[in-house]
Design a protein around this ligand. Structure first.
Ligand SMILES: Cc1cc2nc3c(=O)[nH]c(=O)nc-3n(C[C@H](O)[C@H](O)[C@H](O)COP(=O)(O)OP(=O)(O)OC[C@H]3O[C@@H](n4cnc5c(N)ncnc54)[C@H](O)[C@@H]3O)c2cc1C
Length: 115
């Protein structure tokens, strides 16, 4: 393994940048956790033109809500990248990668392919 192949460590990797994932990422960012969101970009309501019943967002296009969410999370240092997470592997045993204080670590393999 070369220096360039070395894995990047994050406090948290959120799989999926829908409303749930971005909400979690926002709070993690506020808590100063180094957080990465990997999102393939297919939220379940992607076929709806407008959303309803979310306070302050009556009639907002769903993709606009997510755009705002990514922007708000980015304000706390959260980075969102496109990709599909294919596997998550526990790497606690691989002590070379895991922080000695980490209670759980994961090696995430993602591709940049969008759905
Ligand atoms: C047609 C329709 C209309 C709706 N209208 C409303 C409404 O008006 N008001 C309302 O409150 N709710 C509405 N909902 C419900 C709302 O869409 C869901 O509650 C909300 O989208 C759930 O958010 P989520 O983040 O859990 O999942 P999602 O929005 O589905 O987001 C999950 C994200 O994770 C990504 N992902 C999944 N697996 C991977 C992977 N392995 N690697 C990388 N990324 C991945 C997906 O591509 C997606 O971007 C509607 C739902 C539908 C289907």
């Amino acid at each position: 393994m070369t220096q360039n192949d070395a894995p990047t460590l994050h406090d948290t990797i959120v799989i999926g940048g829908g409303a749930a994932g971005l909400s979690a990422a926002l709070m993690l960012g506020r808590a100063r956790r180094d957080t990465l969101v990997i999102d393939v970009g297919s939220p379940r309501n992607r076929f709806a033109d407008h959303m309803h019943g979310v306070l302050g967002n009556e009639g907002t296009p769903p993709d606009e809500l997510l755009r705002r969410g990514r922007e708000e999370a980015a304000g706390y240092g959260v980075r969102t990248i496109p990709g599909t997470v294919a596997t998550v592997t526990d790497v606690r045993a691989a002590s070379r990668w895991a922080s000695p204080t980490a209670t759980s670590s994961a090696r995430v393999r993602s591709s940049s392919r969008r759905a």
